[in-house]
Design a protein around this ligand. Structure first.
Ligand code: AMP
Length: 280
């Protein structure tokens, strides 16, 4: 497995693979890798000749009062996990490598980013889109793998690739959970034991919402209310949002039909956690 720190080094390797006609699968991450990331890498491994993983905590997608500085990092452990899955190359750049002096070009979107996480994190998706397009231009992947855990991000990247004619197939992968239901996240490491227990309210409340829908409820507001009431039973939880939107356009829907995303963001203490389910 190669570890590259510069764009030039990645390009040299990828170009050599392309000359041989090999396909490239790509998994962009911010590191502190867990089973969720691993599932993306395994899908990439199974369907491509070469697999590239990027480990980059992207400053551009963090707001001024967010957790850029404290975001967990453990590159040695990340490398070992990548090696165990058979990853061919890790790209692990410094911010200066990605954002040279004078950097001033961005990718932005008028739709899809006004709801859900875009409301409380106004500059987040601009940062995500910009870094992902840059990474695509560096790695030139045939396929790129994104988790449904970040469902709005998945929808935004699919839209960006379509709108800007990026020649990469976007593959969405299911949410990987802890045994008790909590969606795996690098940020779970912030939770103390009481908060870790309290965090179960996210998956439990979503399960309740899903059961309501499976039992025939089609009114979004009724589902939102049931989920909200359930989360509010947990004293350590503070809701950022509970929403029902169309999964492709990320706009609110009144009636629950096909391709609907039920998404929540909840603070447990100071830690903001997200979770969701999709009605296909
Ligand atoms: P991050 O390192 O948090 O930026 O995540 C990198 C990729 O891993 C994103 O596409 C995430 O959606 C995905 N991911 C993170 N957690 C999970 C999870 N629990 N299940 C599936 N995919 C995940």
């Amino acid at each position: 497995m190669d570890i590259c720190y510069t764009i030039k080094d990645v390009r040299e390797r990828v170009n050599a693979w392309k000359r041989e006609g090999l396909t490239v699968g790509f998994v962009p991450t911010m590191g502190y890798l867990h089973e969720g990331h691993k599932s993306l890498m395994e899908s990439a491994r199974a369907n491509n000749d070469k697999v590239v993983v990027s480990v980059f905590v992207n400053p551009m997608q963090f707001g001024p009062n967010e957790d850029l500085e404290s975001y967990p990092r453990d590159f040695e452990k990340d490398s070992a996990l990548c090696e165990s899955v058979g990853v061919d190359l890790i790209f692990h750049p410094e911010p200066e490598e990605m954002y040279a002096d004078g950097f001033c070009s961005y990718v932005d979107m008028n739709g899809l980013t006004g709801e859900l996480c875009g409301k409380s994190r106004p500059i987040h998706f601009r940062g995500v889109q910009t870094v992902v397009l840059k990474l695509f231009n560096i790695v030139k992947p045939d396929r790129a793998y994104f988790g449904q855990k970040d469902a709005q991000q998945l929808a935004v990247i699919k839209r960006m690739v379509k709108d800007l004619n990026v020649d990469t197939e976007i593959v969405g992968c299911p949410i990987v959970r802890e045994a008790d239901g909590l969606a795996k996240s690098s940020r779970n490491t912030y939770l103390n034991p009481d908060e870790r227990k309290a965090a179960l309210i996210l998956s439990r409340s979503l399960k309740l919402g899903r059961e309501l829908i499976e039992n025939g409820e089609t009114d979004s507001n009724a589902v939102i209310k049931a989920i909200t009431d359930s989360i509010n039973t947990e004293p350590l939880a503070k809701i950022d949002y509970v929403d029902v939107v169309d999964f492709d356009t990320i706009t609110p829907v009144d009636r629950i039909g096909k391709s609907v995303l039920v998404a929540i963001a909840v603070y447990i203490g100071k830690t903001r956690l997200i979770d969701n389910f999709i009605i296909e």
